[in-house]
Design a protein around this ligand. Structure first.
Ligand SMILES: Cc1cc2nc3c(=O)[nH]c(=O)nc-3n(C[C@H](O)[C@H](O)[C@H](O)COP(=O)(O)OP(=O)(O)OC[C@H]3O[C@@H](n4cnc5c(N)ncnc54)[C@H](O)[C@@H]3O)c2cc1C
Length: 339
């Protein structure tokens, strides 16, 4: 059984930098650690929270249970066919190390997901996405332990119920499983997606007409770095809220009052609103509660400005939800998980 650490500060283990104290803390560094932890789960104080890099987690107070940090490493090319390469990574692998591995080897498909903080094991949970690509586009299989039945299972991507920042792991399987490995399917041929955001513009400025995987990933990283606060300097969890999906009818109503509202088509009947625009237009950039604030440049990012507590961030997020509902009649839902 992995070592138990009592009263562990989680400050360095969540990107918000919230100084929550966990009553019990375990680090699972190998498949054997995971196996033993689950085998002896009856003895582990509840509730249990499986933690990756804490890049999508808000600790709202001290944690009166057990944190199990997944720290298993290892990336391996399992097999290949004429068109695809199948790469397996353990859950604790840093996501960006996995993407960098793919880029370095010219395994195509993951490059737009460069520089997203977090671990491989958490990527399927909310189907991470950026610049027109989602984890579901490259996930082939997810391997997990079912904690209750103590069985090792696998789910093919098309059974994971992947949707916008959503999956079966956030719903039916929530709190019931621990993801151990993910098998990815990368392409042998370039399949670049450059139309999203300002990738094409950034490449044009550089005078690059036929970019390769190295230039594309570097350019996307530069764009991200210029837009998002550095987690090493300012605690945050990236986009705090999901972009709300509303009907086209509702959009037409909103356009009458807010002609410059930003939206993207998602189907014949629905659009996705830019949550950042809603917050910015509500005049909330820079708004602060306790030590938590809305980022001055990126309204969708809440920051730990001044030694914030988890409650400060939670109170700020609730205030924003209330204001957005009042102004636009639209519900905002957090992307970040409150613990
Ligand atoms: C600066 C910044 C930028 C970001 N940009 C993006 C972006 O562009 N796109 C995007 O989609 N997200 C983005 N995010 C959010 C974050 O990167 C992702 O949600 C990421 O997947 C979180 O990984 P993690 O390991 O830190 O998860 P954690 O916060 O540790 O955990 C998240 C959830 O996954 C569960 N979990 C973690 N590992 C396992 C496991 N092995 N088994 C079972 N459950 C597990 C946890 O219990 C929790 O429910 C950003 C975050 C930051 C800080």
């Amino acid at each position: 059984m992995p070592n138990l650490i009592k009263n562990k500060s989680l400050k360095e283990l969540n990107t918000f930098g919230i100084n929550s104290i966990a009553d019990n803390f375990y680090e699972l560094n190998s498949d054997i650690d995971i196996f033993e932890f689950i085998a002896e789960i009856d003895k582990v104080a509840k509730p249990i929270y499986f933690l990756g890099a804490g890049a999508n987690t808000l600790f709202t107070s001290n944690f009166n249970g057990s944190i199990a940090k997944i720290n298993t490493k290892g990336i391996v090319l399992k097999f290949e066919d004429d068109d695809y390469l199948y790469v397996e990574a353990n859950a604790g692998v840093v996501w960006d190390d996995f993407v960098s591995f793919c880029v370095a080897n010219k395994y195509y498909g993951a490059e737009n997901l460069i520089a997203i903080p977090g671990t491989v094991g958490a990527a399927p949970i909310q189907n991470i996405g950026a610049y027109g690509v989602e984890a579901k586009d490259i996930i082939h299989m997810v391997y997990y332990y079912d904690i209750e039945s103590f069985t090792l299972n696998q789910l093919e991507a098309n059974s994971c119920k992947f949707a916008y920042r959503d999956s079966i792991f956030k719903n039916e399987l929530k709190d019931k499983i621990i993801i151990t490995k993910v098998l990815f399917k990368l392409s042998k041929k370039p399949t670049f997606k450059l139309s999203y955001g300002n990738i094409n513009d950034a490449l044009k400025i550089k005078g690059i007409i036929s970019p390769d995987i190295f230039v594309i990933s570097a350019t996307i990283k530069e764009i991200r770095d210029s837009k998002l606060p550095n987690i090493e300097v300012i605690g945050n969890a990236g986009s705090f809220f999901k972009n709300p999906i509303i009907s086209k009818e509702k959009l037409e109503e909103l356009i009458l009052d807010f002609p410059s509202i930003v939206s993207y088509d998602v189907s014949d009947t629905e659009v996705k609103l830019a949550a950042g625009w809603l917050i910015d237009n509500a005049g909330l950039k820079g708004y602060q509660i306790g030590g938590a604030a809305v980022h001055q440049n990126q309204a969708l990012v809440l920051i730990n400005k001044d030694n914030a507590s988890g409650k400060d961030v939670m109170d700020l997020s609730k205030y924003i939800q209330k204001e957005i509902k009042q102004i636009y009649g639209v519900d905002l839902f957090p992307e970040v998980i409150f613990v």
